[in-house]
Design a protein around this ligand. Structure first.
Ligand SMILES: [Zn+2]
Length: 136
């Protein structure tokens, strides 16, 4: 595995389950047992009904581009070789919107509402990042 020179995820008690799922190439989100709201980012209480009762669900990994930006400037040295690249808010079928990258296509091919599906980038022994590519 090549050297990874970008910032790594910061694990905490709320997001540990999410990142453990990513390591196994599964997108996991908290679902409120009281009202059914699926949320991101993880939190102790439901932002809709304030219940603390949760379960973790596995998302299908399919969604659409809600919004996006094409980065032409690297704001961190680790991204210098990647510009231009796409940062997108992907709305998953289950509801949450995840800030991620669109890969496996040219930046000028990305549009809002474009169907996308998850693809995994194994960046270190501990971490895999969920990224998205055009859905076939
Ligand atoms: Zn709730």
């Amino acid at each position: 595995m090549k050297h990874y020179n970008k910032p790594l995820p910061q694990i905490n008690g709320d997001n540990k389950e999410f990142w453990m799922g990513c390591k196994e190439h599964t997108l996991k989100f908290q679902k409120c047992k009281a009202c059914g709201h699926v949320r991101w980012p993880p939190s102790v209480i439901c932002p809709m009904c304030y219940s603390q009762e949760i379960q973790w669900i596995a998302a299908r990994g399919k969604g659409k581009v809600y919004s996006f930006a094409v980065y032409h400037v690297a704001y961190h040295p680790g991204f210098e070789k990647e510009v231009p690249y796409v940062v997108a808010d992907v709305e998953l079928e289950e509801g949450p919107r995840l800030l991620t990258n669109i890969v496996d296509c040219q930046p000028d091919e990305v549009t809002c509402n474009m169907p996308v599906e998850v693809t995994w980038e194994d960046i270190t022994e501990e971490f895999s990042l969920p990224k998205f590519k055009p859905s076939s």
